[in-house]
Design a protein around this ligand. Structure first.
Ligand code: TEU
Ligand code: CA
Length: 571
C-alpha cells in the first residue's frame, strides 16, 4: 500500500473561505469566489484543496460551530455552489477535502436544541450533561462538574438554566461537546460523512479529532496557577481511552472500499510521535496522517500567550524526531501555517523588508523537502506577513477577544497582553488574501470583514505572478519538484548538523539519487566548511546539480550560504 498512497506525492492548499475571495461585495469570502480563483491554484500546482468549514453556522468561531452539517451557510453560498466547486476543481485535477468538526456542534444545532430541552429528551445523552459539583450550589463559582479550563478562556462547563445542569464545551460556550460514548451519535456522524463523500468530496480534515474520547469519570485536572477554580483537563480528553476504537470504526463505516482515493488528516493537539505511528499505520485503518503541534509550540512558554524566541535547534530536534518516528510506518503532514497560527514568515523567517522574500522561499524549500505531505496555507505562497494590529478592538477572533478580557480583568498589563496577541493571535492568519494592490486587495468590492494588511500594495498575487523571482513562483517550483523528483516524495530523510544554531541541513535518499538541502536560518553569511556534525564530504557535492535555490545561482554548490539562502542539490 505504501508507495501507492497517492497523497505522498501531493501538496494540499488550505483555504479559509471567509478571507479568500468575496464574490458579491458583502465583505466575506464565499464559494463562488473560490471557484473564480481555481485557475490560480492550478497555476500554483497544488493537488488538493482543504476548505475550512462553510456549513450552516452562527459563526461564533468562524464556522467551527456547525448548526447543520448537510447545508452551506448562506454567507458562503449554496449546496449547488459546492457541487459546482467540486466539478470545476475535479476538471482541473484538484481534489476537495472538507473540514469535519464533530468533537462539538453549535449550540444552535437541532441535536443540541433537543438535548437541552429536558433531562429525558432522547438526545439528552448526545452531549455531556452533569449536575453541579457535589456539595456546591448550582451556579456558584467553582460549582462546575470539573475544573477544566476551556481553550477559549474560563470554565469548560456552562450552566443551562432550563434544566439546571451544566454542559461541557472544550471550546466556546456555543460549541457543546458531542458525547461519542453514545453509538447513535457516532452513527449520525458517519452517515453525514458518507453523504458528503457521495456528493463527490475527496476526504476530510478532522478538527480536534483526538478529543472525541473522554475519560468518562470526568475528574478534575491539575490546578492552573493563578486560577482558583480552573485546571488542565487535557489528560482526560487528549488521545482518550476509546480514540483508536472510534477512528477504526469510522474507517470501517465510512471509508471502507473508497479509502484509496481519499485523504484523511486528523488534527491532533498534544499528539505524540508514538500515538501518531498508531493513528497513521495504514494497517490499522484509522487516518492517513495527523497534524501534530509540537513544532508550533516551541516558541510558547507556559502557555500560548507566553511567547519566547524559537531556538532553531529545538525545531530541528522536533521535526527530525517526527521524520524518524514515521520513517517506516505511517506518514507525516508538514505545515508552518494554518488559520490558527501566526504567519510563518513573521514567525520562523524574517518579515524585515530585506529578508522577507528570501526567508519565505527558504521556509517553503525546507518544509516541502521533508518527507510527508506539505500543506500551504492561503497567502503563504505570497510570503504574507502578520498584521500590524494596533488596539485591542482590532482583534476579532473569539480566542483573542476572550483572552484579552480575561487577562486584563485578572490584573495583567493591557500593553503586555496586546504584544502577546500581536505575536500569537489567530487573526494574523485571517486577514484577507492579498490579490492585488487596489484598496481592498482585490478581496472584496465592499467593506472587508477583517482588516486588509496595508502591505498588500507590495505583497499581492498579481505582482507575484508577474515576477519570476517571487515567493509564488518559488512555491510553484518546489511543488513541482514533489511531482517530478521521486526522492522528494519517497526518499529517506537524514538530519545533519543537528546542533548548529543557524544551519538546517538534511539529505533525502532514494534509489541511487541523493538530495542535499542546506538552509541558512539567519541574516548573516554561513560558511559550510568547519560545521560540526555536518558530516558531509563537501568535495563529493562540488559537482552536484542545483535543483532549486532561492537567491539565484550560488558561486558553487558548496559555497558559503548567503543570508536566508536555501539550496537543494542533487547527485
Ligand atoms: O483548533 C484546535 C486547537 O486546539 C487550536 O489550534 C486552537 O485553534 C486554539 O488556538 C487553541 O489555543 C481547531 C480549529 O482549527 C480551530 O480553528 C477551532 O477554533 C477549534 O478547533 C475548535 O473547533
Ligand atoms: Ca461574499
Amino acid at each position: 500500500m505504501t508507495e501507492a498512497q497517492w497523497f505522498r506525492e501531493a501538496v494540499v492548499y488550505q483555504i479559509y473561505p471567509r478571507s479568500f475571495q468575496d464574490s458579491n461585495g458583502d465583505g466575506i469570502g464565499d464559494v463562488p469566489g473560490i471557484i473564480a480563483r481555481l485557475d490560480y491554484l492550478k497555476t500554483l500546482g497544488v493537488d488538493v484543496v482543504w476548505l475550512s468549514p462553510i456549513y450552516t453556522s452562527p459563526q461564533d468561531d468562524n464556522g467551527y460551530d456547525i448548526a447543520d452539517y448537510e447545508d452551506i451557510d448562506p454567507t458562503f453560498g449554496t449546496l449547488a455552489d459546492v457541487d459546482e466547486l467540486i466539478a470545476q476543481a475535479h476538471e482541473r485535477g484538484i481534489r476537495i477535502v472538507m473540514d469535519l468538526v464533530v468533537n462539538h456542534t453549535s449550540d444552535e444545532h437541532p441535536w443540541f436544541v433537543e438535548s437541552r430541552s429536558s433531562k429525558d429528551n432522547p438526545k439528552r445523552d448526545w452531549y455531556w450533561w452533569r449536575p453541579a459539583r457535589e456539595g456546591h450550589e448550582t451556579g456558584a463559582p467553582g460549582a462546575e462538574p470539573t475544573n477544566w479550563e476551556s481553550f477559549f478562556s474560563g470554565p469548560a462547563w456552562e450552566l443551562d438554566e432550563a434544566t439546571g445542569e451544566y454542559y461541557l464545551h472544550l471550546f466556546s460556550r456555543k460549541q457543546p461537546d458531542l458525547n461519542w460514548e453514545n453509538p447513535e451519535v457516532r452513527e449520525a456522524v458517519y452517515a453525514m460523512m458518507r453523504w458528503w463523500l457521495d456528493r463527490g468530496i475527496d476526504g476530510f480534515r478532522m478538527d480536534v479529532i483526538n478529543m472525541i474520547s473522554k475519560v468518562t469519570a470526568l475528574r478534575d485536572g491539575q490546578p492552573i496557577p493563578g486560577n482558583p477554580h480552573l485546571g488542565d483537563g487535557t489528560p482526560h480528553f487528549l488521545n482518550g481511552p476509546r480514540i483508536h476504537e472510534y477512528l477504526h470504526e469510522m474507517h470501517a463505516a465510512v471509508f471502507e472500499g473508497r479509502a484509496e482515493k481519499l485523504l484523511t488528516v486528523g488534527e491532533m493537539p498534544g499528539v505524540t510521535v508514538e500515538d501518531a505511528v498508531l493513528y497513521t499505520d495504514p494497517e490499522r485503518r484509522e487516518v492517513d496522517m495527523v497534524f501534530q503541534f509540537e513544532h508550533v509550540g516551541l516558541d510558547h512558554g507556559d502557555h500560548k500567550w507566553d511567547r519566547r524566541t524559537l531556538d532553531l535547534r529545538d525545531l530541528k530536534r522536533s521535526l527530525g524526531r517526527w521524520q524518524d518516528a514515521l520513517a517506516d510506518v505511517g506518514w507525516n503532514s508538514l505545515y508552518w501555517n494554518n488559520h490558527d497560527q501566526p504567519r510563518a514568515v513573521s514567525r520562523f523567517g524574517s518579515d524585515a523588508p530585506e529578508h522577507r522574500v528570501a526567508s519565505a522561499k527558504l521556509l517553503g524549500t525546507v518544509l516541502h523537502l521533508h518527507r510527508g505531505t506539505p500543506y500551504v496555507y492561503q497567502g503563504e505562497e505570497l510570503g504574507m506577513t502578520n498584521v500590524p494590529f494596533a488596539a485591542h478592538d482590532d482583534f476579532l477572533d473569539i480566542e483573542s477577544v476572550n483572552y484579552y478580557r480575561m487577562a486584563v480583568a485578572s490584573g495583567s498589563d493591557a500593553e503586555e497582553v496586546l504584544s502577546a496577541l500581536r505575536l500569537g493571535s489567530r487573526d494574523n492568519a485571517r486577514s484577507p488574501m492579498q490579490w492585488d494592490a487596489s484598496d481592498n486587495a482585490g478581496f472584496t468590492t465592499g467593506s472587508p470583514w477583517s482588516r486588509v494588511n496595508p502591505n498588500h500594495t507590495e505583497i499581492n498575487a498579481e505582482a507575484a505572478l508577474a515576477d519570476e523571482d517571487s515567493v509564488f513562483h518559488h512555491y510553484r517550483r518546489v511543488i513541482e519538484l514533489r511531482h517530478t523528483e521521486p526522492a522528494v516524495a519517497h526518499g529517506d530523510f537524514h538530519m545533519l548538523a543537528a546542533d548548529h544554531p543557524r544551519l538546517y541541513a538534511f539529505t533525502r535518499a532514494h534509489e541511487g539519487t541523493e538530495l542535499l538541502v542546506l538552509a541558512n536560518f539567519s541574516g548573516d553569511e554561513l560558511p559550510l566548511d568547519d560545521v560540526d556534525g555536518l558530516d558531509l564530504d563537501l568535495d563529493g557535492w562540488k559537482g552536484a546539480t542545483l535543483l532549486l535555490g532561492n537567491l539565484g545561482d550560488p558561486a558553487a554548490p558548496t559555497a558559503p550560504l548567503r543570508p536566508w539562502e536555501a539550496r537543494v542539490l542533487r547527485r
